[in-house]
Design a protein around this ligand. Structure first.
Ligand code: G6P
Length: 362
């Protein structure tokens, strides 16, 4: 659809694509719903998942980060062990595979050479593969046995945003559909939960001014920035840091809350920005303890928490969603903060230096 690839009134594709996320969530629900309103996945794909004793997710960059979240969803809901691997390492450092592995390739473009190289290998070994991609007919889609589409619409900005949340949503649907096929009872309705996610995304997209303020306050002049989080927040921190690095050229690192102190805390100086995510109840106290540790070394903390877990020191509170689906919403402020940080620093948001939208060389 041509209107999809117009920037319209937006100054940058990235901002447009961030804003499209609520719409993409709703479209994914619609595309994966059957006539009874139930979320459903091609039964052949479900059969492959049921046949597997272990799932290997292979991806690069932002798609790899979505895979890390997907692992949690599949293990927790569908009770199948999952490993997530960076494609470029996997090709020569293949782990000892289980007896009945199933491969899931996550690639927005479906053209990433590193991921394709692994797919060629696993195809040669005779293993089944599913590609989760935004581009029907792409190389990874054609060469895998099955495809799950993201329905995110064309993503033009080099820094991936709506594809990341779409990938997590599709992985959530796969996890729930598998659980259902295994007769595992889940105490929530994913259609409802994703609809809530879409609404919360919308509210977050309306918080641009606040995100701009945070970017200006914390990131206008700094040379580095840390993101800390525990449990699934940690994976979102990896993605938040990648977004910031890609487009603002600030050296940013995502850390597991408990790990920063084992070395990297040496880098904390007076005023070093530390963005902390606190969306998980079971680690809320410990992540806040980690914030205290860095504040004691001079860090300038910016806590982004979820409603119900917030304290007075928090800079921004995200409306509550299902605890396993928080990455779908907590990433939005981080995308916006990266966007505004890049703007403030005069960077070319849509076409950052040294990067390509899809990397077709190994
Ligand atoms: C490139 C892009 C990244 C992207 C990665 C994987 O490096 O700059 O934004 O995450 O490739 O791309 P894919 O299309 O396979 O998801």
């Amino acid at each position: 659809d041509a209107s999809d690839i117009e920037k319209g009134t937006y100054p940058h594709y990235m901002l447009k694509e961030i804003d499209e996320q609520p719409f993409v969530m709703r479209r994914i629900i619609q595309k994966y719903q059957d006539e009874n309103g139930q979320l459903t996945i091609d039964p052949q794909i479900i059969q492959e998942v049921l046949n597997a004793d272990r799932i290997y997710i292979i991806a690069c960059g932002t798609s790899y980060h979505a895979g890390l979240v997907g692992k949690q969803l599949i293990e927790k809901w569908a009770k199948i062990p999952v490993e997530v691997h960076v494609a470029s390492e996997f090709s020569y450092n293949m782990p000892l595979l289980s007896e009945k592995p199933l491969f899931i390739y996550i690639s927005q473009s479906g053209e990433t050479a590193d991921s394709r190289a692994v797919l060629v290998q696993t195809n040669n070994l005779g293993y089944k593969a599913i590609t989760i991609t935004n581009v029907p007919g792409s190389t990874l889609s054609r060469e895998a046995d099955y495809t799950l589409l993201l329905h995110a619409g064309p993503e033009i900005a080099v820094a991936s945003t709506k594809a990341y949340t779409a990938q997590i949503a599709v992985l959530a649907i796969l996890a729930v559909a598998t659980a259902k096929a295994k007769g595992i009872e889940l105490d929530f309705d994913l259609v409802k939960e994703l609809a809530i996610v879409a609404n919360v995304m919308e509210m977050l997209c309306d918080a641009k001014e606040e995100m701009e303020k945070i970017a200006r306050e914390y990131l206008a002049v700094t040379r580095n920035c840390f993101f800390i989080g525990r449990a699934v927040d940690y994976y979102v921190c990896l993605e938040g840091a990648l977004k910031l690095k890609e487009i603002s050229y600030i050296q940013a690192e995502g850390f597991a809350g408990g790990e920063l102190k084992h070395g990297t805390i040496a880098l904390i100086e007076d005023g070093t920005p530390v963005i902390a995510l606190a969306t998980q109840e079971h680690v809320n106290l410990s992540i806040r303890g980690n914030v205290k540790e860095v504040v004691a070394r001079g860090a300038n903390p910016c806590i982004i928490s979820m409603r119900g877990l917030e304290t007075e020191e928090d800079r921004f509170v995200i409306p509550a969603v299902h605890p396993m689906l928080t990455p779908l919403v907590s990433v939005v402020p981080l995308q916006l903060i990266a966007y505004y940080a890049a703007l403030h620093r005069g960077c070319d948001v849509d076409k950052p230096r040294n990067l390509a939208k899809s990397v077709t060389v190994e």
